[in-house]
Design a protein around this ligand. Sequence first.
Ligand code: GDP
Ligand code: MG
Length: 441
Amino acid sequence: MVLEKLGSSLYEAIRKVIRAPVVDADLVKELIKDFQRALLQADVNVKLVMELSQSIEKRALDEELPPGISRREHVIKVVYDELTRFVGEKPVPLTIQPGRQNVLMLVGIQGSGKTTQAAKLARYFQKRGLRPALVCADAFRPGAYDQLRQLAESVNVDFYGDQGNKDPAAIARDGVRKFRGHEAVIIDTSGRHKEEKSLILEMQQIAAAITPQEIILVLDGTIGQQAAAQAAAFNAATDIGSIIVAKLDGSARGGGALSSVAATGAPIKFIGTGEKIEDLESFDPGRFIGRLLGMGDIESLVSKVKEAEVEVTEKDVYALLSGKFTIADMYQQFEAVRKMGPLQKIISMIPGLGYQLPQADLDVAEERLDRWKYIIESMTVEEREDPKVLNASRMRRIARGSGTEEREVRELIKQYNAMRKMLRQLKGRRRMLRRMPFKLG
Ligand code: GDP
Ligand code: MG
């Protein structure tokens, strides 16, 4: 299968770097060649492959090595970075505005997984306390209406369709009108036509009739090669705002997704990981590339290099230890820490403390910070200053307003409490700071 092949040929290329006795310019050049071959075979656009390999080569050879990092580790990190950038660098959440109608239109060819993902999305919003509705604008396939209606019923989501009407644009418009008071109106469309031109025309007509906030392309994650062509065709017809790659469960590694992102410029926001209605995951480029490269531990290698790249100054440490500590402060601190590196590193620079935070507390990945930002932005000033007031209903409101889950809001508060406690302890032991390898204040 093409994508598995892409994954495994990238993996083989990386393995060569791992096993090579020396990592020098020749090896890097060989790696680049392997890479180009793997990507081109997977139908990734030639220009993109060239850009990608140029930046990998340049960075791998020219960049200065952070202390304690070998050329080998550096090269792998560069490959990982550049590939991740290629699929979208950071997770981009699907945001809708609560309290008003947001229309989302799903497009994609027959069998790609539109109807299933439509129901999954409805469930996703429902779980976040938003009011979704499903509209069947597939007037082509006989079973389409019943399929979506049953899915909608199974999760108690409002449904609209009209089996007597053969005009999908009209059905979509009626559905949008009917569900004025719903926050996420999800329009499922047809994917089968005698010819591509008529399919494209139909998508344009529906889009014109309902002016959706976002058009979401659903791609079958197992198709590999064709993903780019499909994505490009739909993108030429309508303005694709985001992508869901379905069927990324089981053995599919989803290499085709690489090309589809490049073909549309639209971010992947979700992946479908099974036939059940709960099988929808937010897309995380870093994790995806790690999986594609077939290396479970690439993440720890990447964070090792990131850590080494960081320089911590006494000012940073002092800033962390001084001042009142509110949730807003915590966010600022973390943003600063993100710029300068993992908290553990700063703390380990304080001799005699040997503080060891639980790894979970330190794991402040960038994407998590971004979600925290949404959460904190949904808090009132009072809540930020005095998190004790955050009861269950406030947390629910915050999760809803920020498009996150209550679990994440609770995590943030837990993290806040842990940090506050740690900082209090550290402050109490300030004397020790005099023994630090640098001057304070
Ligand atoms: P549509 O024609 O684009 O509307 O596609 P459907 O939603 O009807 O899905 C086609 C088939 O793919 C169905 O058998 C679904 O159960 C299956 N399917 C959809 N999404 C997933 C997924 O994420 N994983 C798996 N394994 N199957 C899926
Ligand atoms: Mg369908």
